[in-house]
Design a protein around this ligand. Sequence first.
Ligand SMILES: [Zn+2]
Ligand SMILES: [Zn+2]
Length: 155
Amino acid sequence: MKIEIGRLKQEPGAVEAFDFLLSPAGGEEDYVLLTPIHVKGTLTNGGNDFRLAGRLEAKVRLACSRCLSPVEQELAVDVEEDYGYEEFAEVDPFIDLGDIAAQIWLTSIPMQVLCRENCKGLCLQCGKDLNEGDCSCPKEEIDPRLAALKDLFHK
Ligand SMILES: [Zn+2]
Ligand SMILES: [Zn+2]
């Protein structure tokens, strides 16, 4: 989405509204976009800088950080940010808000999601999903003090 910046730059208080869909290219590994990113808001000439205010929304699929099962989530990111006049890569007289929105999006993806609040995760030894039931791996939860005693008796 290109916004003409020439007029906006010359007129303090001028507002330019935008509303577009963004489908960033590229192989993201940590998540899958299930919908394009809906970007909506305004760019205002604040007198000394630009004020970007708006919202980014999309549905994504991420992996649960404990059991790795897929989690679908609606993500919404509110943006309110000031940019110096010189901060936009300007190709006179336009700037590409798509690039800026894509960057904001990338830094907003949550790194940690859980499929459920009490997800039990995977067994560290056999890899079984413990939400589906216990595995038969030995549970090594011996109190270190007891372990020391046990050693003593075996000597
Ligand atoms: Zn999980
Ligand atoms: Zn196991």
